[in-house]
Design a protein around this ligand. Structure first.
Ligand SMILES: [Zn+2]
Length: 286
């Protein structure tokens, strides 16, 4: 086997690469990744990168980032490619995603593996890396996965509900109370913004200091997690609750029997959850 082929196989044989591919494929099967929609990054553990380092390209050019990310400087990330299709991830992984290295200043990156055929990282790379940095800091290094997808029901809901954290959180908790166990901290909401810009990245970072999930109104969902399972599960839960919400409001002439704020508080006590009171407001007063 040629050296390059061996290097490709070595990366793809790792549990992390397999998890990255599986998550992309699962998102495709959920219908969240039409065309080249959605993107995924994973901040590699030091030992994961060290195990592969001898197979990485050493001569790739450094490309300047629009921001300086000191807290993740020198780290390695698995990243999906710009214009690539999640649908093709398992069929042609070395073309569909790659590994990038950040320089010691956190001001530039280079592609050390994958993204073959002149591929580039996702156009949302600034949003991913800036949020990777924020989540690394606020979770003391636990969070490693940042995922963006286009689930239809939560997007539909962002055309219907007022774009406020309190309202999205409360409505989703009420319609599927176990949501309060999956995202007890609530859910952030951004208005529609131009994708791929530093502005959407910065506004997401502000919200991701508090939340693990942010709605990009009329566009999609942005989540972070400590593992592929948790990040995927969070995306899946929010989307399922939005689906149930839309189903229930689509039935004419029937009152929805939703749990009260007090019932949510009692559930929180039972499961030792800390639900912020700002989401348990008195709905009769608004
Ligand atoms: Zn998108």
């Amino acid at each position: 086997m040629a050296g390059k082929e061996k290097a490709v196989m070595k990366v793809l044989d790792t549990e992390t690469a397999q998890g990255f591919i599986r998550m992309s494929e699962d998102g495709w099967h959920q219908g969240w990744h039409e065309c080249h929609g959605g993107n995924l990054t994973y901040r590699m553990k030091k030992r994961e990168a060290d195990n592969l380092r001898e197979d990485f390209r050493k001569d790739a050019p450094w490309l300047t980032l629009p921001v300086r990310l000191k807290s993740i400087a020198g780290e390695f990330f698995m990243v999906t490619g710009s214009g690539k299709f999640m649908r093709n991830m398992a069929l042609d992984p070395a073309d569909s995603f790659g590994i990038i290295e950040l320089n010691e200043e956190g001001s530039a990156y280079r592609i050390v593996w994958g993204l073959e055929n002149m591929g580039k990282p996702t156009s949302e790379l600034p949003a991913h890396l800036m949020n990777q940095e924020v989540k690394k800091l606020v979770t003391e290094g636990r969070h490693r996965v940042v995922y963006h997808a286009h689930p239809a029901n939560i997007i539909a809901l962002s055309f219907l509900l007022p774009l406020r954290d309190e309202i999205f959180t409360r409505e989703l908790w009420e319609i599927m109370p176990e949501c309060a166990m999956t995202f007890p901290g609530g859910i952030g909401v951004l208005p529609w913004m131009i994708p791929g810009t530093k502005e959407i990245a910065q506004r997401s970072c502000e919200l991701m200091k508090e939340y693990d999930v942010v709605v990009w109104a009329q566009h999609g969902l942005f989540v972070s997690g400590d593992s592929f399972d948790h990040a995927f599960g969070l995306m899946h839960t929010v989307e399922k609750a939005a689906d149930i919400y839309l189903k229930t409001i689509s039935v004419p002439g029937r009152e929805r029997l939703i749990p009260s704020a007090q019932e949510l508080r009692e559930m929180a006590t039972r499961f030792r959850l800390k639900l912020p009171e700002k989401f348990l407001y008195n709905k009769d007063c608004i």
